[in-house]
Design a protein around this ligand. Structure first.
Ligand SMILES: Nc1ncnc2c1ncn2[C@@H]1O[C@H](COP(=O)(O)OP(=O)(O)OP(=O)(O)O)[C@@H](O)[C@H]1O
Ligand SMILES: [Mg+2]
Length: 228
């Protein structure tokens, strides 16, 4: 049996009330296996970012259930210390790399581990290994402003993986990149999913790299329309 990275069941999230009410999540269920990379497609306003931030325990759905790894983290309310859980089990990649500008590439990755009490030496070694894997060894001591957009985004992915999360969530990670670098970053995410046995869910408008995905979810009006 395949291990499960994520199960979402019957998630609902409503913004506003009265005649400004928006049903951003309207009975959303999805599954992501460990080692699988899935795309989340859909038009603007479909609810993709709301779903991702809900799954990432950044914002609270109104109701439903979220299981990450084998822990029920949300069941009509949080069931765990979400800040600790997020730090230990979930990685995020956003449209912009959002690296800390006053830290080098390697120190950006290290910091993510040191927050989690991984000691200086071990954190440095792991950070260097991750950057090497992403072809950034020669740039490890560069400051973010000295790196290209694609390089910064690869550092951000390395940082997101620093604590070996079961779940990696990415919201339009290639939107700011050209198509060649965009594809590279998507392929890197796939490699990460397969090698680290991480479940990776990627919101994307980028149809040029769509063949990278093991599974595709399409969202519209707060609902999952079609899992392929
Ligand atoms: N904080 C908020 N308050 C009120 N409405 C919100 C809020 N955040 C999102 N919405 C609404 O919820 C719906 C879903 O928004 P969401 O950001 O999840 O869409 P999306 O699929 O990520 O869109 P895009 O592709 O443009 O990023 C939209 O109609 C949006 O207007
Ligand atoms: Mg969005």
């Amino acid at each position: 049996m395949k291990h499960i990275a994520l199960i979402a069941e019957n998630l609902y999230k409503t913004y506003g009330k009265g005649n400004t009410v928006v049903h951003a999540l309207n009975d959303v269920s999805l599954t992501l296996h460990a080692g699988e990379i899935a795309a989340l497609l859909g038009p603007s306003g479909a609810g993709k970012s709301t779903l991702l931030t809900s799954l990432g325990l950044i914002q609270q759905p109104d109701s439903g259930k979220i299981i990450i790894g084998n822990e029920t983290v949300f069941n009509d309310g949080y069931k765990t210390d979400i800040r600790a859980f997020r730090r230990n089990h979930i990685g995020f990649v956003f449209q912009k790399a959002n690296l800390l500008p006053f830290l080098s590439a390697v120190d950006n990755v290290r910091l993510a581990m040191e927050i989690n009490d991984v000691s200086g030496k071990a954190a440095k070694k792991k950070a260097e290994e991750l950057l090497a894997k992403f072809d950034l060894s020669e740039r490890k001591n560069f400051m973010p402003k000295e790196l290209s957009g694609g390089q910064q985004q690869r550092v951000a992915i390395a940082r997101a993986l620093a604590n070996t999360p079961e779940l990696l969530l990415a919201d339009e990670p290639t939107a700011a990149l050209d198509s060649v670098m965009g594809r590279k970053v998507m392929e890197l995410l796939k490699q990460v999913a397969h090698e680290h046995n991480t479940g990776v869910l990627v919101v994307t408008h980028d149809h040029r790299a769509i063949d990278v995905f093991d599974r595709i979810y399409v969202m519209e009006d707060g609902k999952i329309k079609a899992p392929f």
